[in-house]
Design a protein around this ligand. Structure first.
Ligand SMILES: Cc1cc2nc3c(=O)[nH]c(=O)nc-3n(C[C@H](O)[C@H](O)[C@H](O)COP(=O)(O)OP(=O)(O)OC[C@H]3O[C@@H](n4cnc5c(N)ncnc54)[C@H](O)[C@@H]3O)c2cc1C
Length: 390
């Protein structure tokens, strides 16, 4: 066992939540050590996000309306104060990321291009380059982290344990670096380890995400909130790949329709029938498949020839599997996508254990209730990650 004394916080995980916390902590004067098992930009959901970041950015929108939609999607279990804190941070968070270099799509007058996603009452998802939002946003954040002398990143370190003093306070972390175990003492440990999709048979998340941060927090005595609240995405592309590629919700926002093998609509004929909350749509997809009817996303008319430039990531995933979405409906299934539950934490990341913080998907702050509103998680990762860092 090697021992390292670090004078400052250790942040575990290098997705948008962890790196936002790292940047803000460094900005506030701290020396930050980030632990992550893979090179930056890999092994995290943040780099795979397609749709974008929800924020009230237009004249027809407001933080209050965004909070109301968040609460409605969360099935009565959203903490209204947390939702308000999140949605009020929308514009400043998008602008902070844009200032770091995140190339959000903009109109000629400089305003942000926003798209409509399920259960949002207005278009409010700031997007980047069609369906490549996550990688583009995270790349800007990674560049800022690399340029910050106060941040050190170990890109081969997997959290194995939390160190506690005799009072229970978390005072450091144990990480595996290859065959070696390293004990790092720290002023605080911030868990930013993402979700737990790697534990499920069908998932859209990187396989490395196995809920280890949550498990180690539980072992340290932290309160765990709603661990059973797992969101299944209704349109994971069913072409035998693990993890399953995702057909972003924005496709349905553009008018793509869910049909069964005989061409009948899965959720009804109304134009917005397929834009119901994710749990409703996922159950309909699952029911059609278990009844032997099959489930498909038909984007032939709504997107058609525009596919390669409007949704390049989805197009590439389909073509790699030998399926041309311009001429064939895409076979879809429900797959584990997001963990609403996790380590109980407030909007500043404080858990019930002194010295231990949790941000991003591994935290449960009450903003998502039983069902996350689409594209609220990148916002939560950056906004609450940044707050914890500060
Ligand atoms: C395909 C896909 C599309 C999505 N699209 C959107 C979208 O359009 N909009 C939106 O808002 N949300 C979207 N989401 C959800 C969103 O991407 C995530 O909720 C968010 O990025 C989580 O950020 P995070 O920083 O908390 O976790 P992650 O980005 O997953 O990062 C977790 C980090 O922790 C590390 N880690 C894990 N275990 C350990 C360990 N034991 N030790 C050390 N490090 C560890 C990982 O390697 C990684 O670096 C999507 C998710 C997926 C999978």
């Amino acid at each position: 066992m090697t021992r390292v004394r670090h004078e400052g916080p250790v942040i575990v995980g290098a997705g948008l939540a962890g790196l936002s916390a790292a940047l803000e902590a460094a900005q506030a004067g701290a020396r930050v050590l980030v632990l992550t098992p893979e090179p930056l930009l890999s092994g995290c959901s943040s780099a795979w996000a397609q749709g974008g970041m929800a924020a009230a950015l237009t004249a027809v929108d407001s933080a209050e309306l965004h909070a109301r939609d968040t609460e409605a999607a969360g099935a009565g279990l959203v903490d209204p104060g947390a939702a308000q804190a999140l949605t009020e941070a929308g514009r400043e968070t998008v602008e902070w990321l844009a200032a770091l270099g995140a190339p959000f799509d903009r109109y000629g007058d400089g305003s942000f291009v926003v798209s409509l996603e399920a259960a949002h009452s207005v278009a409010r998802v700031a997007r980047v380059g069609g369906d490549g939002a996550g990688r583009a946003i995270l790349s800007a954040v990674v560049a800022a982290v690399r340029a910050e002398a106060r941040i050190e990143v170990w890109e081969d370190a997997r959290l194995k344990g939390l160190m506690q003093d005799e009072t229970g306070r978390v005072v450091g972390a144990v990480a595996a670096r290859g065959e070696r175990l390293v004990e790092v003492t720290a002023s605080a440990v911030v868990l930013a380890t993402g979700g737990a999709g790697g534990l499920f048979a069908a998932t859209t998340t990187p396989a490395v995400l196995k809920g280890e941060g949550m498990a180690l927090a539980a072992r340290a005595g932290a309160e765990i909130l709603d661990p059973e609240f797992v969101q299944f995405h209704p349109t994971a592309i069913d072409v035998g790949l693990d993890p399953a590629p995702l057909a972003t919700e924005a496709l349905r926002g553009e008018g793509a329709r869910l049909i069964d093998g005989a061409g009948a609509f899965l959720l009804g004929e109304e134009a917005d029938a397929d834009l119901k909350p994710r749990d409703v749509v996922a159950r309909a997809v699952h029911a059609a498949r278990t009844a032997g009817r099959g489930a498909f996303l038909d984007a032939r008319t709504a997107v058609g020839e525009g596919f390669p430039h409007e949704f390049p990531a989805v197009f590439a995933a389909c073509m790699r599997a030998g399926l041309d979405p311009r001429v064939s409906p895409i076979p879809v299934m429900a797959a584990c996508h997001y963990h609403m539950g996790g380590v109980a934490a407030d909007a500043d990341g404080r858990t019930t254990v002194p010295g231990l913080y949790a941000v991003g998907e591994c935290a449960a702050t009450g903003v998502h209730g039983a069902n996350r509103l689409a594209s609220n998680s990148l916002l939560e990762a950056a906004a609450f990650g940044g707050r914890a860092g500060r």
